[in-house]
Design a protein around this ligand. Sequence first.
Ligand code: IDP
Ligand code: MG
Length: 149
Amino acid sequence: MERTFIAIKPDGVQRGLVGQIISRFETKGFTLVGLKIMSVSKELAEKHYEVHKERPFFPGLIQFITSGPVVAMVWEGEGVVASARKIIGATNPLSAEPGTIRGDYGISVGRNLIHGSDAIETAQNEISLWFKEEELVSWQPTLTTWIVE
Ligand code: IDP
Ligand code: MG
């Protein structure tokens, strides 16, 4: 089953939005299979954002993501990678549609609240970077037959 990596960034945690953000994915019908609050080391942050290492915003991004607790999650379900990106909204919260997480709660690209994997392969790499296999729980919610035909 498809899985994606989602992280609530330090701004989302500090602003008390953890519950509301988790609810978006829960009520959509996706299944939570991994969850932890953690301090992010510089090493993990730099690996996670490696594709952006030449960008001018990279040092600020690493500083920000290591500046406070992050809530790391793995969500599962059919089409979850692309669907989660839609639920999250555009990178710049000012361009993100209302109804998306970034569109509803943010105004600044450097404080855009949440990360979501951008493709299935990226998701697999990010999940193994952030979680050990034994931290993930495979389970079938009893509600599944009311959500998936
Ligand atoms: P994404 O998070 O929507 O996938 P990416 O382009 O992969 O967006 O950028 C990763 C993260 O880097 C963004 O979520 C944002 O926090 C930060 N970022 C991207 N572009 C800028 C920028 O122009 N200024 C400041 N931060 C940026
Ligand atoms: Mg990205």
